[in-house]
Design a protein around this ligand. Structure first.
Ligand SMILES: Nc1ncnc2c1ncn2[C@@H]1O[C@H](COP(=O)(O)OP(=O)(O)O)[C@@H](O)[C@H]1O
Ligand SMILES: Cc1ncc(COP(=O)(O)O)c(N)n1
Ligand SMILES: [Mg+2]
Length: 539
């Protein structure tokens, strides 16, 4: 098997115990950007969202030993430096880089933390200027650091940033990026790049957030990561800045720590773990019992909004909802999906989106339903991650098998009866449905022309994997969605007098959050002995 060489950044920096900045930010930024990151630690700081409480500097000999270990064996493409707390450490670093040259050197001249605590004193300035900057491909000072490198000149405007970039360039680095995160009275976050010839301004809107601890470290290590991947310097800066902005925007409302400046989420995943799922529970196949699928044409015909249709279906007892909007504009569809999601969450019912993975991702729906000519379930699973619900329409046992292998949660099988909701749709009939159910490793919901008048034969197929019916016209092509849903739900509840005890649901009530309230109990078979026993246990 041929092996793949992985782009690699070595960061030489300090540890931040709060993990927002320093080595920890570098590791997370490189991981988020798909680049391997090794770490040489120059200092250990006791640090949190309030400030820096302590610093313990690693001896220059031991920094040298770490550098030799990594550089002599692991061949990083790019070295990025952060906190370098002593002149001895700067010296050993520049010696090591002469002995083991790398493709690029990114220097973030960290001196003072954003909280105002000193991480490297002014005595470091000479060795920065003499030893490190002349070797650097890019140096990335913030306003205070740029000012310090130039002996204390005040920097207050973008024009000041330009002239500072030019003066720092004279010290020897090939490129200078003066960062304007702390530029007062600026509605944009402006950074100025000077390459010795031209100036470039990188602008993004300024995100209103307390969570900016570690932006400088992250920007520098992201630039290093892009360079390691082979980008030009200009595109490395552009991509890195875009990444920082996106991560800040995602993280603007997260709360970690009680201090003035919090960390942000490099992976943009932390909010997943506290999301409000429907009823705070994983997918339950019994949710498929009464599966309501919306249809934009029917809503238009009856003059109701999609949210009103969904609300009525939920009040009538739908146990899962799918939005199927074949001809809506994307923007309208997204707004409707967000509104429906809120209503579904209030009822503790999952909301799925038909076909449109982008809409599901954008509104954070509970899942997606795809057909045989839509995106393959395997790809949908990669995009949505392991937690979301994926359903696949299948007409044959073979298709059901593939859906299972590819990570689907349930199968939609039909058309059971002829229907005009879907054009050119092959009817598989009750026999086709039964075949799929018997072969399927996944729960199945039957679909296609099903309504109150013909649901009985479907549920009486008596195959355990068949969990419910999906309905469109018989709920939504009617005067009262509420009444039709209630009636169908009643039939489904009463169905089956001979089976085993199938469906006892205990729902965590969405309003009271963690208190488990038995908000409803569906007893779908009445083997009285078993049912009584179960209820006694549950109570
Ligand atoms: N509130 C913000 N919104 C958007 N970008 C920001 C914000 N604060 C900082 N940045 C960006 O983050 C990067 C780091 O800048 P800065 O905060 O000035 O550096 P440092 O963290 O070293 O003080 C820069 O690209 C800057 O423009
Ligand atoms: C160990 C260490 N290194 C660097 C910084 C700079 O943080 P910022 O990126 O917010 O300027 C820090 N606070 N701690
Ligand atoms: Mg900052």
């Amino acid at each position: 098997m041929s092996q793949v060489r992985i782009p690699h950044v070595l960061t030489v920096a300090g540890s931040d115990s709060g993990a927002g900045a320093g080595i920890q930010a570098d590791l997370k930024a490189c991981a988020a950007r798909g680049v391997y990151c090794s770490t040489v630690i120059t200092a250990v700081t006791a640090q949190n969202t309030v400030g820096v409480q302590g610093v313990s500097i690693v001896s220059e000999d031991f920094v040298g030993e770490q550098l030799r270990s990594v550089l002599s064996d692991m061949c990083p493409d790019v070295v990025k430096t952060g906190m370098l707390p002593s002149t001895g450490i700067v010296k050993i670093l520049s010696q090591s880089l002469r002995e083991f040259p790398v493709r690029a050197l990114v220097v973030d001249p960290v001196m003072v933390s954003t909280s105002g605590d000193v991480l490297a004193g002014p005595s470091i300035l000479d060795s920065f200027r003499e030893e490190l900057l002349p070797m650097a491909d890019i140096v990335t000072p913030n306003l205070k650091e740029a000012s310090a490198l130039l002996g204390g000149v005040p920097l207050e405007t973008v024009a000041d940033m330009r002239s500072a970039a030019k003066s720092i360039h004279d010290i020897g680095p090939r490129n200078v990026l003066v960062k304007g995160g702390d530029l007062a009275d600026s509605s944009d976050a402006v950074d100025v790049l000077f390459d010795g010839k031209d100036f470039y301004e990188f602008r993004s809107s300024r995100i209103k957030t307390r969570n900016t601890h570690g932006t400088g470290c992250t920007l520098a290590s992201s630039i290093a990561a892009e360079l390691a991947r082979g980008s030009s310097l200009f595109f490395a800066v552009k991509t890195a800045k875009r990444y920082v902005q996106t991560a800040l925007d995602y993280s603007k409302d997260i709360l970690i720590g009680n201090g003035r400046q919090g960390p942000f989420d490099h992976m943009m995943k932390l909010k997943n773990s506290v999301r409000k799922f429907y009823g705070h529970r994983p997918f339950d196949p019994n949710d498929l019992l009464l599966y309501a699928v919306t249809d934009s044409r029917m809503n238009k015909k009856w003059g109701r909004s999609i949210t009103d249709a969904v609300k009525a279906a939920l009040e009538g007892g739908a146990t899962i909802v799918q939005l199927r909007e074949k001809d809506a504009d994307t923007r309208d569809f997204l707004e409707a999906a967000k509104a429906c999601l809120e209503i579904c969450r209030q009822h503790g019912v999952p909301l799925l989106i038909n076909d449109r993975v982008d809409i599901a991702l954008a509104c954070d729906a509970d899942g997606v339903h795809v057909g045989q000519s839509d995106m393959p379930a395997r790809v949908v699973r990669t995009l949505l991650g392991p937690d979301k619900i994926i359903g696949v329409s299948c007409k044959t046992p073979e298709q059901a098998h593939v859906a299972w292998i590819e990570g689907a949660d349930y199968i939609g099988c039909g058309g059971v009866y002829p229907t005009n909701t879907k054009e050119n749709n092959l009817t598989v009939g009750l026999d086709g449905l039964k075949n799929v159910c018997l072969a399927s490793n996944l729960p199945v919901v039957a679909i296609g022309g099903i309504g109150i008048s013909n649901v009985q034969p479907v549920m009486e197929l008596g195959v355990p994997s068949l969990k419910g019916v999906a309905v469109v016209s018989s709920l939504f092509d009617k005067e009262s969605v509420l009444r039709e849903t209630q009636n169908l739900r009643r039939v489904l509840n009463n169905h089956g007098h001979t089976n085993i005890l199938l469906n006892i649901h205990f729902y965590a009530h969405p309003i009271t959050n963690n208190t488990l309230i038995h908000s409803f109990v569906v007893v779908k078979l009445i083997n009285l002995e078993l049912a009584r026993e179960y209820l006694i246990h549950a109570a």
